[in-house]
Design a protein around this ligand. Structure first.
Ligand SMILES: Nc1nc2c(ncn2[C@@H]2O[C@H](COP(=O)(O)OP(=O)(O)OP(=O)(O)O)[C@@H](O)[C@H]2O)c(=O)[nH]1
Ligand SMILES: [Mg+2]
Length: 204
């Protein structure tokens, strides 16, 4: 019986879109990372870094990983735009928070922005991936150092991971995406969002 339900769950999971919210303060490298992910996971080349401008609205990126459909929502990180983030919390299956590991002067800002994200009740139980980006730069600090600096309290009940990445050379991107797929598959939050979506029906 269990395996029947599990099989059904796996099937439904493979059909549903998984929404991943990419957050972080301005210039952390969110859009550059999203474009790199698109290049890594599809045949279409993402925008090259020199064509990417600061985000004001929303960038959407879709990739398919092991027949899972992932939809990334990349929002602008400028101070005045951060109030928009919470509009997307309720529908997000997981959160990626990007930090510019080569800009220690901005760690404080990143820490308080992330703390605010984690306090929001609409994101309860959402798995969290914190990326220490720009590892191609010699001055970039490690993921461990970022984790020590952020010193996040009350993370215990949340599934989370720190990963060192570079949106320029692609370091850590596959590991990050694979982790996301795995934790979203097992997460209670995914189950809740799926139940809510099927209760609402297919829509008009
Ligand atoms: N060296 C290096 N530079 C990067 C990397 N990722 C992004 N950058 C640079 O960092 C700057 C900001 O990148 P964006 O991707 O626009 O940053 P963002 O987080 O989307 O910024 P907002 O849209 O304003 O929130 C750009 O000059 C990028 O070329 C990286 O991995 N390595
Ligand atoms: Mg951007």
């Amino acid at each position: 019986m269990f395996s029947l339900f599990y099989g059904l769950w796996k099937y439904l999971f493979s059909k549903m879109e998984l929404h991943v919210l990419i957050l972080g303060i301005d210039k952390a490298g969110k859009t550059t990372l999203l474009e790199k992910m698109k290049s890594v996971y599809s045949n279409i080349e993402g925008l090259p870094p020199d064509r990417i401008v600061p985000t004001v609205g929303l960038n959407i990126g879709r990739i398919e990983v092991a027949s899972r459909k992932l939809v990334f929502w990349d929002l602008g990180g400028q101070f005045g735009l951060r109030s928009i983030w919470e509009k997307y919390y309720e529908e997000a299956h997981a959160v990626v928070f990007v930090v510019d590991a080569a800009s220690p002067s901005r760690f404080e800002d990143a820490k308080s922005a992330l703390e605010k994200v984690l306090r929001h009740e609409d994101l309860q139980g959402a798995p969290l991936l914190i990326l220490a980006n720009k590892q191609d730069l010699p001055e970039a600090v490690s993921a461990e150092e970022i984790s020590r600096y952020l010193d996040l309290k009350k993370l215990d009940e949340r599934v989370y991971m720190f990963e060192a990445v570079s949106a320029f050379d692609g370091m850590g991107i596959r590991e990050s995406v694979e982790w996301l797929v795995e934790v979203m598959e097992r997460s209670k939050r995914t189950e809740t969002l799926r139940a809510r979506a099927s209760a609402m029906g297919p829509g008009p």
